[in-house]
Every structure is written in C-alpha cells, then in structure tokens.
Design a protein around this ligand. Structure first.
Ligand SMILES: Nc1ncnc2c1ncn2[C@@H]1O[C@H](COP(=O)(O)OP(=O)(O)OP(=O)(O)O)[C@@H](O)[C@H]1O
Ligand SMILES: [Mg+2]
Ligand SMILES: [Zn+2]
Length: 449
C-alpha cells in the first residue's frame, strides 16, 4: 500500500529532508528545528533521516471522520470517508487516520510527524518488515477534519475511558494513514494486545519469580486498582507468547482476548489464539527486543538509540486478524498479524521514569513476592506468570507484600522489613479489596490466616 503519484501530493526531497515545493512544509521544518533547539522534541542520537516515501498524499477536502476506532494516551484513530467523487478516493481505501491528541481542545499538536515517520522507515521497518502496520504521512493543512474529529470526540466523551475524557485532537500539518486492522466483516474478528517484554528484563533480580510485565501488572493491581484496568490474569504473561512449551497454566489463550472466552465458537477461537504464539514473528520480536537492550533500564544509556528502539518494540500493539470460518482466508491464510503503535519515545524525557519504575519493581518486591497480606489475611499473588509456574522457579522463603491504605502512616520507615515484608500502599483500598475477592471467587488466589 504505497502512495502513488497522486495529482494532489507533496513530494519529498531527500537532500533537505524537506518537502518540495510546498512552502507550508518548509515552515514546518523550521518550526521543527526551533523546537529541537529548545530541546523539546530533540531526537537524541537519531539524526533526522529522509522519509523515503516518494510523496505525501493530501487528504481531499470534504473527507469526514465517520467512526471513532480507538484511542490511547497520545493518539486517536478514525475511519474516514473521502468524497466518492474525488479522483483519489481509492488511494485511501483500507486506511485509517491516526492523529495525535492534546490535553485541551484548541491546542496545537507538538507530535513530530516527520520525525516519527522517518524513525518508522529507518528503524522499525528493518526490524519488523511486512509485520509493521503500514503507515504513511498525510497532509492535513487547515483541514476541517480536525473540527469534525473533535466534535465526534466531544459527542462520545462520556463513553471514553475516564482518563482520556476531555482530551482532543491537536491541529497540525500532517496526520498518519495506517493500515486498517479492524475486522472487515462478520466472518472475521481482530484481537488486539500488547506483547510487552517478551523476555525477562536484563536488570530484574536473579531471584525474580515473575517477569517484568507481570511484576508491573502486580504493581498496578495493588497501588492503583481501577475499574478501567484489566486484571493481571486477563492480560497475557509475555513469556507465554513465543510458544516455548512453558507453563501451560499461564498460557491460557483467552488471556489474549478475555471477551471471547464465552463465545459459542470458543474452541475454534482458542486454536486460532494459540496459533498467534506459533508465528515465527513473535520469536523474532523477542530476539529484537533482547538484541537492542542488553542491560535493562537501570543502567541503560539514554543516548543509545538501540535502547530507545527496544522500548518502542516492547510497547507496540499486536493486531491479529482472524477468520472465523476456516474456509474464509485473509491474504496470508486464516491469520494476519501486524504490529502498530510504534512511536519513538524520547529517552531524555523518559529515562528517569523507566529507571524509577524498574527500581520500584525491584525494591518493593514486585518481582519476588509470593504472598499478599491484607487486613490480617494472606493471599497468593494473583499474577499467573510463566516464570512463577516453571519448575526451576525458586521463590524466596518469605516475601510478603503487606497492603495498606494510602495516607495511613507506614509502620516502617523503609519499605521492606528484615523479615522480607514490603509495605505497599494502595490508592483505593475498597477497590483493592473488591478485586482481591473477585480473584478468590475465580480461584486465582486463596486466602489463609
Ligand atoms: N491500524 C489500526 N487498525 C485498527 N485499529 C487501530 C489501528 N491503530 C490503532 N487502532 C486502535 O486505536 C487505538 C489507539 O491507537 P494507538 O495505539 O495508536 O494510540 P496510542 O495513544 O499511541 O496508544 P498508547 O497509549 O498505547 O501508546 C488502539 O488501541 C486500537 O484499538
Ligand atoms: Mg503509542
Ligand atoms: Zn509473566
């Protein structure tokens, strides 16, 4: 899916990395340089390289957002309809519009589309090849679609996740067109999940009994339990995603798609979900994650472009398009896998967060604890990590997470006592109690005095 030589397109000049002959784009580039000199969007050790596409399409006037597909913390995605009378309409078939959000309506976007597209072409495509969701820039200069996307977001604000309400699309020169991975008809379904850290963090403690992502999910589960967030058991343990024949009890296929567990086609769907983990690209993604980060965040060099790339491919989204009937195939058989959400993250801005998180997971016992103590009772830790379930896992003699309400005075000045008890505070003690009991009912955790 490449942009052809459209009449209404801007071509890219590989010498200047700019777009010629459009004046508008030249000014975008100087604005980019101004931002960089202030260090805001400084691309670290990634030099801006040429965007290798031949041209950038302009979104035809009159194009409407006809469906809100989804949003994350930084971007929102829409299905669009180009006027059928427009000569370039077919060039937009099968593509969605992905645009960056801003905290408040009316603010301009600071997302650097040109740099991000360059990163995608220079660093992501060599790693993921055809498995990267196709993405290309699209010109949106002064387009009415911003107003219309924002009206659409405002109209469904109450249906959005609480944390996203009130955020809008920021106007910019560009947007991204991305390959549409939604199910195309009722014979198909799409499963979406984040593979996360497919191998253990290189800076995890040697006596860890859970992987980096399961440790992180445990931390969220305790410190900030919320109705919006899935339970750790309703998300996959990343160590189960490469079909290594590891702990079967951690590898339930429906951790990839909890909503489908009660489908009448359950058995067929389970086979298809297991099939995802058998795809060689999953092992390749793991290999690339390990190759690009050999130290882990504690000692990683924020100027190391490889580390930034590792963090991007740990945070991508996997889309699996699956045909519901064996006879109905999708391009490459009954399963089509693609990875999206591949934005470059600036290590200069993120490194202290990444390090702090890893330090907290280690020091507060989330990698190693095997019990939760809450209101006088003990519970199994409800994470179902493949590491925890493996036969060579050697849990420490005692490692307890004692959960208290936020604001309650801590019993110890340090978060861990000599007896291996970590004192952890939760932001919402009632929600935590509720979620812990729900897991007991699902036989995930047991309770003892
Ligand atoms: N190519 C695609 N096909 C189908 N749906 C998509 C596609 N890209 C994104 N989406 C939907 O839009 C949502 C938000 O997109 P995206 O992940 O790009 O946002 P984000 O803000 O970068 O997310 P995050 O906060 O995880 O970084 C996705 O979770 C998915 O549901
Ligand atoms: Mg993202
Ligand atoms: Zn795990």
């Amino acid at each position: 899916m490449t942009s052809g030589g459209l009449p209404r397109s801007r071509s890219i000049d590989s010498r200047s990395y700019g777009l010629s002959p459009s004046k508008a784009v030249t000014s975008d580039l100087s604005a980019r340089k101004r931002r960089s000199s202030r260090g805001r969007d400084e691309p670290g050790s990634f030099a801006l390289t040429k965007v290798t596409s031949n041209s950038i399409k302009e979104l035809p006037r009159g194009t409407k957002p006809i469906r809100f597909i989804g949003e994350g913390a930084a971007n929102a995605v829409f299905e669009i309809q180009v006027p059928v009378t427009d000569e370039s309409a077919t060039q937009f078939k099968g593509l969605l519009l992905r645009v960056a959000k801003v905290p408040q309506r009316g603010q301009k976007s600071t997302y650097d589309y040109l740099f991000q597209q360059s990163f995608f072409e220079k660093s992501i495509l060599p790693v993921l090849g055809k498995y990267a969701v196709h993405q290309e820039m699209v010109g949106l200069r002064h387009h009415d679609i911003f107003e219309e996307m924002n009206n659409l977001l405002a109209s469904l604000d109450v249906k959005r996740k609480k944390k996203f309400r009130g955020s809008f699309i920021g106007e910019s020169e560009f947007g991204l067109l991305v390959e549409d991975m939604t199910a195309k008809d009722s014979d198909h379904f799409t499963v979406e999940f984040k593979p996360k850290w497919l191998a253990q963090s290189p800076s995890a403690p040697a006596n860890a009994i859970r992987c980096r992502q399961c440790a992180l999910e445990l931390r969220y589960f305790i410190t900030n339990p919320s109705g919006d967030r899935s339970l750790p058991i309703d998300k996959p343990c990343p160590l189960t995603l490469c079909d290594d024949g590891g702990a079967a009890s951690a590898a339930s296929p429906f951790r990839l798609a909890p909503g489908l567990a009660t489908s009448p086609a359950r058995e067929y769907i389970a086979k298809r979900l297991v099939n995802i983990t058998k795809q060689p690209i999953m092992k390749e993604l793991r290999r690339q994650q390990m190759l690009h980060d050999t130290t882990g965040p504690l000692t990683a060099d924020p100027k190391d472009a490889n580390f930034a790339l590792a963090m991007t491919i740990r945070d991508c989204t996997c889309f699996a398009q699956i045909s519901l009937r064996p006879s109905v195939e999708i391009e490459e058989g009954p399963l089509k896998l693609r990875f999206g959400d591949l934005d470059w993250k600036n290590p200069a801005n993120k490194i202290s967060h990444w390090r702090g998180l890893e330090a907290a997971l280690i020091n507060d016992g989330f990698y190693t604890a095997n019990r939760i103590q809450f209101r006088g009772d003990y519970y199994n830790v409800p994470t179902l990590c493949a590491l925890e379930m493996s036969s060579d896992c050697r849990p420490p003699a005692t490692s307890v997470l004692q959960v208290d309400e936020e604001g309650k005075p801590q019993r110890q000045t340090r978060s861990v006592s000599a007896q291996g008890v970590h004192y952890i505070r939760t932001a919402d003690v009632d929600e935590f109690a509720h979620r812990l009991l729900a897991l007991k009912d699902r036989a995930v955790t047991t309770q003892s005095r």
